[in-house]
Design a protein around this ligand. Structure first.
Ligand SMILES: NC(=O)c1ccc[n+]([C@@H]2O[C@H](COP(=O)([O-])OP(=O)(O)OC[C@H]3O[C@@H](n4cnc5c(N)ncnc54)[C@H](OP(=O)(O)O)[C@@H]3O)[C@@H](O)[C@H]2O)c1
Length: 264
């Protein structure tokens, strides 16, 4: 019987590319997003994953139809840009609600079903930016580093099971993520520098990798790897190198590099 896989945020970008790939490979794919993707063959259950009752309903339907959930990719998220000083409480709450709390809710709903069969893999899509407090992306970075830490804790808690979890931390991917970013109001002290940095952020995304190339990498983790590591990094060499440099350089030198690289 084909393996069942749930992918959140499957209506565009990374999630859509993953859904199409796994469907073509014969997996039973269930995408969860608020809108329906066009021209796809995989099943989508229209779900706002920040609404607990909708998640419950969707998972219940999937369990009825498949009897098992083998794989879960928590991919749905939004970006957020703006100065820390300008971030409004509702914006921060909305971001954490989607990028962290809804992921935890997904895990809570899916784990009991995986536990019944004592097997399953969970991949939480994070960001290389989770490891670095990037200027004007501090809240987004914080939401993803929280996800990294939650994933690490979850791994210990699943020690006595055959269920595994990891994050895949992405570098820039060429998607329309910019369209749905939360953008805080930019106050006067930041106007000029924010404009410059923001242009760079968008340029990096436009020069990012094609989301299609991520899918075979994830399939390897889901199917071939018997023991998942806590974190995998998928991005350009320079982005992966930055994590190594961060570890070996004194913080003040690293900050100089990030300052220059960000266009500050
Ligand atoms: N693009 C990058 O450069 C980049 C870099 C590092 C990490 N990432 C991570 O990669 C993942 C995918 O991002 P992407 O670039 O593919 O972004 P994207 O194209 O904007 O896709 C985001 C997906 O999330 C879904 N979504 C948003 N809110 C939702 C909600 N409340 N309920 C259900 N689904 C919701 C959207 O669908 P609906 O609007 O239809 O609900 C959409 O399908 C994210 O975790 C992101 O943080 C991206």
């Amino acid at each position: 019987m084909s393996k069942s896989i749930i992918i959140t945020g499957s209506s565009s970008g990374v999630g859509l590319a993953l859904g199409n790939f796994f469907q073509a490979k014969g997996y039973l794919v269930y995408g969860l997003s608020r809108s329906l993707p066009s021209n796809t063959n995989f099943k989508t259950i229209v779900t706002d994953i920040t609404i607990k009752s909708e998640v419950k309903k969707a998972i219940c339907q999937i369990e009825k139809e498949t009897d098992s959930i083998d794989l879960l990719i928590n991919n749905a998220a939004r970006g957020m840009v703006g100065a820390i000083e300008d971030a409004r409480e509702e914006e921060i709450t909305d971001l954490f609600n989607l990028n962290l709390i809804s992921v935890i809710n997904m895990i809570s709903e899916v784990l009991p079903i995986m536990r019944k069969n004592n097997t399953g893999k969970i991949i939480n899509i994070s960001s290389i930016g989770s490891k670095i407090g990037l200027p004007f992306r501090g809240i987004y970075s914080a939401s993803k580093s929280s996800l990294d830490i939650v994933t690490e804790a979850l791994r210990y808690e699943l020690n006595n099971t055959n269920i595994q979890a990891c994050t895949v931390n992405l570098g820039d991917v060429k998607t329309n993520i910019a369209d749905s970013r939360i953008k805080s109001n930019v106050s006067t002290p930041y106007e000029i520098i924010f404009k410059k940095v923001y242009e760079g952020i968008n340029q990096d995304v436009n020069n990012g990798f094609d989301p299609k190339i991520l899918a075979p990498f994830l399939e390897k983790l889901l199917i071939q790897k018997s023991k998942l590591k806590p974190h995998y990094y998928f991005g350009s060499n320079i982005q992966k190198l930055s994590l190594f440099i961060q570890k070996v350089l004194p913080q003040k030198w690293f900050e100089k590099i990030i300052t220059k690289y960000s266009g500050m």
